[in-house]
Design a protein around this ligand. Sequence first.
Ligand SMILES: Cc1ncc(COP(=O)(O)O)c(C=O)c1O
Length: 369
Amino acid sequence: MDYKRMPIEIESPEQLGYENVKYNLTESSVSDVIYSDLRLHLNDLKLCYGHHVGKPELRALIASEFSNISEEQVLLTAGAASALFIVATSLLEKEDHLIVVRPNYASNMETPRAIGCEISYCELLFENKFEIDVEEIRAQIKPNTKLISITHPHNPTGAVVSKDTLLQLAELAEKHNCFLLADETYRELNRQEIYPAGASLHNRIITVCSLSKAYGMPGIRIGWLITQNADLFEKFLAAKEQIFVCNPVIDEEIAFQHLSKKEEYFSMAGKHITENYNSLLNWMSRESRMEMIEPAGGVVCFPRIKNGGSIDMKKFYELLNTKFQTFVGPGHWFEMPAHYMRIGFGWPSNKELEQGLQNISLCLDHFIK
Ligand SMILES: Cc1ncc(COP(=O)(O)O)c(C=O)c1O
C-alpha cells in the first residue's frame, strides 16, 4: 500500500489547532455534542473486549429502521472512515478497476490509489446541478470493474441521488458483477425525504454510515457497514478483526445511548441546522459574486466564485485565513478548481456562521470590485 497524506487532513483544523481557526466553516458535521448534555449512564460499564461484530443492541437499533435489514447485516466500524477502508481493501486488488464519482470524500479515492487500482472518474458538474449521469458510469464499466463509489447525500455539494438513480446504479453493478459503495454518512441530514439505507434497497449496495456527521459525535469513532450479502459481511468482519479487533466498548455504549434518544436530539439539532441554512441562503442571495447549487442534503455546500479563473485564489485564501481568521474547504481538497469552496454551515454557531460568511464577502472586496 502506497499511503499518501491528503490535503483535507493536512490543512484541517485538527492539524492547525482549533484555537487558531476563529470562524470555522470547514466542518462537514453538525455542532459537536457535549458529553454532560447527553446524561449518559456509564458507571457500570465493564471495559472488556467488545463483540467483534459490534454491540448487539446498537446493531439491532440501527437495523430496526429498515424492515428488511437485521442486526446480522450490520457491522460496527471505527467511524465511516474505517468502513470505507475495509470495503476498499476487501474488494480491490491492484489489477482492479473502479469508478468513482468525483468530487468525493478524499479517502474514497486515496485508498484505491494506495492499493494501485485503476480509477475512472465520473465528474459531477455545477452546470448539471452536480447530478450523477448513469449513462456516463455505464460507459466506463470494464471487465475488471469491481466497485462504483458514490457519496449520497453528497460531500461536498449536498446533492442528493434520487432513489431511481440509486437503483439504476445498483442494477448496473449487478449486471457487471460488481458492487455499489454508497457512502451515506449524511443520510439523515436529507432536507427532503430521508431515504432508506441503500443496502436495504438492493443486495448490490454496500451502505456506509456513522455518528460523526448527523449526530455530532466524531470524537467517538463509531460507524457501520450494512450489506445483505453474507459472504461479503464475513470478509468485512475478517478485515475489521485484523485492523482493530473490536470497537472501544465505551464508544459503543455512548453511541447506543445517544441513538436511543435520536428524536430528542434531532429536534434540537434540526432547529440549529435550519437557522444556519437560512443564514446561508440569505447571504448567498446578497452575494452576487458567487453562485451555488442549493444543497438538498447534508450540512455542506460547494459554491464557486463567478469567473473564478480571473482572481488569484492562493492570495484569496491566504487573506481569508489571516486577516479574516475564516476557514473554508478550498476546491483542491476535492481535486476541484480553487474558485470552488466547501462551506460547512451546520457546525458553527449562527453568529459565527454569519460573521464567517460576511468575512468571505469582505475578502472578495479585495479582489473584485
Ligand atoms: C462522505 C464522508 N464519508 C466518510 C467520512 C468519515 O467520517 P467518520 O468520522 O465517520 O470516519 C466523512 C468525513 O468527513 C465524509 O464526509
